[in-house]
Design a protein around this ligand. Structure first.
Ligand code: SF4
Length: 360
């Protein structure tokens, strides 16, 4: 293994805390004599996640990179060379590049953008995701947006107060929200963000308000949710871990907001009195609180709120019921919908007002 590959191995391991997909797209399995990568189901392909600088001058209480004192870094040229070697061998198909703030923000952002520019100049036409650092200059955000397929800046917390408790060095409004507005202008539809769930003791009600604001104002194409993990030696070492299911429920809730047209106000009905989701699919929680939906009469909007019915299933129902009414589970199956999830939330009352609740 060359020195650059050894550094890449280290910086890949350090980069696993930054999410670009619900799973870690690519995890370094061995930093021994050769580098081996594994693709995880549901990820975004054979994407290498790596930090340009494995140390940071900031001191965010939840972050592993603040602990790295080795000052290990790759130059833009080194990273581009090593990545292109792996890419040409077919070992990786995309790059997610982030970095600790080893020096000042501008220097590191220049390095990130320069890495992307080198890769494109040298013929790399695969997927490239570049991280925008808090406090980045507009010109660097513009440069990153020009070469990358996707750019992102992490919110990490839901508000200025919440971030202040875990990363006081960052100014939420100036360093993050203002930069995120620039990101949205430079890469409309091509930017994402991440929240560290539970690190700042925020409720799900606060996350919901934050997401509603995000989709109204800057429209990220995705929001990623990292369940907080306490790391030894950090100020949050004794803070309880966030259960993995909480982040999972947030992916489900976020999907309802983005893809199903469910509003934040509707989702609030799934929160408990303290403002948290229970460990149940929010779609099921909402459907349990609503009257069953008449499969033969309901508009698409209502069909989409039935567990087990997605956009394609709803469209199939609308098309099939024009030919003849649904009368039972067999008709649901014909539309590709499993009766187990959807059945108890549907009625088959025909086209008239009288509805019969399905008995399973
Ligand atoms: S700025 Fe980023 S890399 Fe640096 S300590 Fe904070 S979260 Fe970690």
């Amino acid at each position: 293994m060359s020195v650059a590959e050894q550094k890449l191995a280290y910086l890949t391991a350090a980069g696993r805390f930054d999410l670009c997909s619900p799973g870690e797209c690519l995890r370094l399995l061995s930093a021994a004599s050769h580098v081996t990568y594994s693709r995880r189901a549901g990820g975004c392909g054979r994407m290498l996640k790596v930090l340009l600088h494995g140390t940071c001058s900031y001191d965010c209480a939840y972050c592993a990179v603040r602990l790295h004192r080795e000052r290990l870094s790759l130059s833009p040229g080194e990273l581009a060379d090593t990545f292109l070697g792996l890419w040409r061998e077919g070992l990786v198909g995309g790059l997610f590049l982030s970095s600790g703030i080893a020096r000042d923000v501008d220097c590191v952002m220049h390095d990130i953008v320069e890495t992307g520019e080198i890769l494109r100049r040298r013929g790399y036409d695969g997927y490239l995701h570049l991280k925008v650092l808090p406090g980045a200059a507009r010109a660097d955000i513009h440069g990153a947006a020009r070469v990358a397929d996707r750019i992102s800046i992490n919110l990490e917390a839901t508000s200025s107060d919440r971030l202040g408790g875990i990363a006081g060095v960052k100014d939420y409004r100036q360093d993050i929200l203002k930069r995120q507005a620039w990101v949205a202008e430079e890469k409309p539809g091509g930017h994402t963000t991440q929240l560290v769930v539970g690190a700042a003791d925020e409720t799900d009600a606060e996350i919901l308000s934050c997401l509603a604001d995000q989709y109204r104002r800057v429209r990220p194409s995705r929001v990623y949710f990292a369940a907080f993990r306490a790391l030894p030696g950090t100020p949050l070492a004794s803070h309880p871990d966030t259960p993995a299911w909480r982040a999972r429920r947030w992916y489900q809730a976020d999907y309802l907001l983005r893809e199903y047209g469910v509003t934040a106000d509707e989702l609030r009905a799934a929160l408990d009195e303290e403002g948290f989701f229970p460990d149940r699919d929010p779609k099921v929680v909402l459907a349990d609180g609503n009257a069953p939906v008449n499969v033969n009469l309901a508009p698409r909007r209502d069909l989409l709120r039935v567990p087990g019915i997605g956009p394609k299933g709803a469209d199939r129902i609308l098309s099939l019921r024009r030919v003849r009414p649904f009368t039972g589970l067999a008709d649901l199956a014909r539309a590709g919908i499993g009766g187990k999830a959807a059945g108890r939330h549907l009625t088959f009352g025909g086209r008239e007002a009288v509805q019969t609740k399905l008995v399973l």
